[in-house]
Write a protein that binds this ligand. Structure first.
Ligand SMILES: [Fe+2]
Ligand SMILES: [Fe+2]
Length: 177
């Protein structure tokens, strides 16, 4: 019986190999990926969800799940990237432009993969490794870098808030207590 046969009758299929155990193991969020800005970290965790969904899609051979990830990623990038870029702009982050370019490149790659998927091509492995690299390169390094600037500004914000300054008005949109 195939995995689909077992699942169709609601029975978990027997595990046939170590490789299968590894394939089935879901990725979990690692604390060292936290930027320390809760709202950003919550958004970043969604990437782990997409990676796990792709693992499920791969093991079940389910194209609908791949489509859901691609659609979800398009929405994610629109919302998350504009959020990050506004935040970086508000705190005057020096590397805003290069960071935006990396975002634009990612959006282009996801959109290319969606086109490939719609042409009936296989994209799961490429998309999976793109998201993996995104998590461990962009989120861990690039996002961590601007988050440090934001947190540094937060210190100033505390002083600024008492005086009702510009920083308080902009950044506090994202950090309501
Ligand atoms: Fe991010
Ligand atoms: Fe980013």
């Amino acid at each position: 019986m195939t995995r689909q046969h077992y699942e169709a009758v609601g029975i978990h299929p027997p595990i046939s190999s170590v490789a299968e155990i590894i394939r089935m193991a879901h990725l979990v969020w690692s604390e060292d990926l936290n930027t320390g800005i809760d709202v950003i970290d919550a958004q970043h965790r969604q990437i782990v969800g997409f990676i796990n969904q792709l693992d499920d899609a791969r093991s079940k051979g389910d194209r609908k799940l791949v489509k859901d990830v691609l659609d979800g990623l398009i929405d994610y990038t629109v919302a998350h990237f504009s959020f990050e870029e506004t935040l970086m702009e508000d705190v005057g982050y020096a590397y805003l432009r290069p960071h935006q370019k990396v975002h634009e490149q990612f959006v282009r790659r996801v959109s290319d993969m969606r086109d490939q998927f719609e042409r009936g091509e296989e994209v799961v492995d490429a998309l999976h490794s793109l998201l993996h690299r995104w998590l461990f390169n962009h989120i861990r390094h690039d996002d961590d870098s601007y988050a440090k600037t934001v947190k540094g500004r937060m210190q100033k914000l505390l002083e600024d808030r008492q005086q009702g300054g510009w920083l308080s008005r902009t950044v506090s949109r994202f950090f309501r207590r």
